[in-house]
Structure formats: structure tokens, C-alpha cells
Design a protein around this ligand. Sequence first.
Ligand code: NAD
Length: 523
Amino acid sequence: MATDVKIAARTIAPTNPATGEVLRQFECAGEAEVFGAVERARLARAGWTELGLRNRIAVLREFQARLFARKSEIAAAITREAGKPLVESLVTEVLVVLDAARFLIDNAFGLLRDEPVPHANLVTKLKNGSLLREPHGVIGIISPWNYPFSIPATETLAALVAGNAVVLKPSELTPLVALELDSLLHAAGVPEDVFQVIVGEGPAGAALLKSPIDKLVFTGSVTTGKRIAAAAAERLLPVVLELGGKDPMLVLDDADLDVASSAAVWGAFVNAGQACLSVERCYVQNSLYESFARACADKTARLRVGNGMDSHTDVGPMIQERQVRIVESHVEDARARGARVLVGGKRLPELGPNFYAPTVLADVTHDMRIMREETFGPVLPVMPFEQDDEAVQLANDSEYGLAASVWTREPKRGERMARRIHAGTVMVNDVVSCFGISEAPHGGVKASGVGRTHGRFGLDEMVRVKYLDSDRVPGMKKLWWHGYGESFRRQMEGFLDMQFARSLGTRMRGALRAAGIVRRKQL
Ligand code: NAD
């Protein structure tokens, strides 16, 4: 006898990480809902593409104006759900998106319009070539919680302006911020079905991957990224993978100690260290090492830790208990193997459920977890080195390759080292801010990912390049068609000599031999 078992849909409850307050409850989208959203997006996409690039740019302009008008409200929504200080919500989220919109408004037309391809080969001179950039169709976006607004928004704007529809699956920890993006885009004129948000956990993301999307842009951990890549390979789905990092900071002996130590502290503790680009490893040349570590510890001790809603807060809570436990285990491993805790190294339960004290560790070594695994929390481990070559070797001794930085008063020395570091971005005398440079591509090498978002290369990911070849003499048979023979072979040999021989004499004799080609009888 069949039993009538009703399986309750899973629910998620985003909470304020500073207080533990539940902000709202959602039922997770099931596979049918995900497939339904993608089907509606497919149907709506044609109209959006046909609207034309200029009109889509106008919608982006309207989006930008509406976001600007609501900047403080959106920043507060980000802080409430993700915990980061209000000023970081404004600068690293809202400002980044306003500027990404500016970049696309100014450049999308030039970057997406048809591009003539001149032919240099004599044989193909009578053809016009052009590159067309066509939207993929429906782009699926799966995003993390750490930059819940700027990551999905920058990717979405590029996808939409190129003429795609988008189905976004945000992190289960930060769906409310994604719904703010949803309301801003729809108010600006993006049709309901052209941009949709599906709320859910991993299984909703997995369903999106199974659905008939045309491309997936994923940002998240290496573990999930590998699962996504394997599933995508099954159906040859193109993917962009923006994954984790373990970014090194190299402080050379001629660096400005005060500036570099402030950079290390900001780079390690911005968003409580929960940034893919945060400083996760710091290497300092011997002569500066002790004073640098001490300066970092002093500055870290002066940071104000608390609820991000308080404008004076420098460092907010971590996103959730699980993340705090990872940080705790990395610090304990380092401590047990001989690292010195200069400041921090403990939870701060008196502030709320997810607070961990900003921590500076000295005398770490490369066999500690803190130097090998992504910590994704407020810890700055500092290690000495002697020679520049050793610093490059330490920087490259990682499975990751997202970004890196070099600190020196001599930019040329820094640039020389930057060229030897395996990473998607290397900054000389700055950290993290590359994410906010809308012109710059963002992405990694090695386990940090595949493909790029942001800027020109990010826009390229949102289109398929089609090559259009149009012959200018439709009534003429092509020289290389059938009707071969010994004389044609000799003529073609002459033709090759005419174009590629080194000596002028051979080129001229080749031209004479090739001249008969035009009178050749063809099928
Ligand atoms: P995560 O991999 O746990 O989750 C990311 C997203 O994937 C979430 O929306 C999640 O629901 C979804 N997901 C989980 N399992 C899935 C599955 N099987 N199929 C499809 N989707 C699935 O990552 P996270 O904890 O949200 O984010 C932190 C990680 O993201 C860190 O490793 C960080 O370095 C990385 N990150 C990278 C960048 C970058 O640009 N390279 C930017 C931000 C964060």
C-alpha cells in the first residue's frame, strides 16, 4: 500500500551574524521551480536581446541612478545580513557596483559592436570578415555570501548588457541582499523573467547546473567549484569559476614600514578577513621583520571590533559559527607548532555569537595550515625571508593563485617581482583594491579558478564570438576549388614562393609562375 508521505520543503533562515537575529524564512526552491525559472528566462530572452544594446545601456543607466538614490539603504541591508561595517558595505559593495555600471555604460557599445577583421593573406583578400558578439542565452550565476551584492551584481550587469537573461542562485546565507538587487533591476526596466533570483542551498545550485542554461558563472569555494566543473563537463556547459585564494603579501626591505603595516592590517581584516583577495600570508624581509610584525600587532590592537551597524566599527563579526571554527583550528594548529600570537587568538563571545579577535601571528612556517589552507578569517600570519628569490618562491608555493602584492619604495623592483608571481593579479604597493577597478579583469590561476569577471574580459565571457565571412565577388569560383593537375600544383607552388620566399628573386619568379592561376579551368 502506498503511503502518502509529504516531504516538507527545506527552509533557510538568513540571520544577522552580529546578533543571531533571524531576518526572514524562505522555503528553498526545488528542482521544478529552478527549471521553471530557466524556462521563463529562455522565453523572455529574445525580446531582451532584440531591445538592442543602446536601450539595454539606458536600462543600466536607470539602475545606476536608482542604486545611487538608495545607496545607504542598500548598504544597511548588506551589513544586516553579512555583518561587515557599514562603510565597507558602501565602498566595497555599492561603490563597486555603481562603478561597474559606469564602466559598462561607457564601454559596452565599443566592446560589443561588430568588429571588422581585415585579411592579410592574398587568397582571402576578396572576403569581408567580421566578429559578431552574440549573447549565450540564459546565464546561470551562483554566488557566495562574502560580497553578497557586488559579486552577483557586477556579473549580472555584464550578462544583461550583452543581451542575456540571468537566473541567480545567491548564497543561502544572504538571499535578502540578492532580492534587493532583484527589485533594483526590475524597477530600472529589466523584465521580470529576464532577471530572476532562486533562493536555496547547494541543491538549488545543482539544479540550476542541470537545467538548460547556456553558461554558468560560479563564485565560491574550490570544493564546490570542482563539483561544478565535473557536472558541467558532463554536458559541455561553459563555466567561469571564481574560487578561493591564499594571497601573499611580500614586504621588501625598502618598503615604507608604516604604510605597508597599515596595508597588511586592512588587507587581512577587511570584511573580517572573509575576502577572496584578503592578505592570507605575509612575508617580510629579515631587516624589517620584527618591527613590521610589532607595528601590525599595535595597529591590530587598536581596531574596534563590533556590530557593523555602528559607524565606528572597523571589524565586524564572521558570517557564521562554522567559519569561526575553521579560523580557530588554523590558529590552534599554528600555536601548537610554535607560532607566536602577538595579538588576538581568541573568540569574543561578549560581543555576539560570531566574533573572533583580529589576530597577528609571527614565526609561522610553511608547513602550518595557516599558510597552506584558505583561512577566510581575521588572521594575519607573518613570516621572514632573506632574498627576493626566496620571497617569490614562497609566494608561488601554494595551490592557489588569485592575487598577490609586493611592497617597496622602488616600483620597478616590485614590478620585476610581480612578473614572477603566479597569480591572476599582482599589485605593487596596494592590496585588495583591484576588485574595485572596473577596467581590470578579476580571476585566478591554478586552483583559484578559470576565466575572468569584470572589465573587458568579464564582458567577453558573456558573449559567444561568431565569425561572419562575406565574399565580395559572389560570381567568382574560388581559386583553390577542384580541377587540380600538374600545372595547378606548379602555379600554387609559385604562389607560395611569391608570398613567403625570403629572396626577392624567388618571390618574383613565383609571381610569374602563379599568374596562370586566374585562367585555370575549374569544375
Ligand atoms: P561555497 O562554495 O560554499 O558556496 C558558494 C555557492 O555555491 C553558494 O551559493 C552555495 O549555495 C552554492 N553551492 C553549494 N554547493 C553547491 C553544489 N553542489 N552545486 C551548485 N551550487 C552549490 O562558498 P561560500 O562559502 O559561499 O564562499 C566562500 C568561498 O568563495 C571562499 O573560498 C572564497 O575565497 C570564495 N570566493 C571567491 C571569489 C573570487 O572572486 N575568486 C570571490 C568571493 C568568494
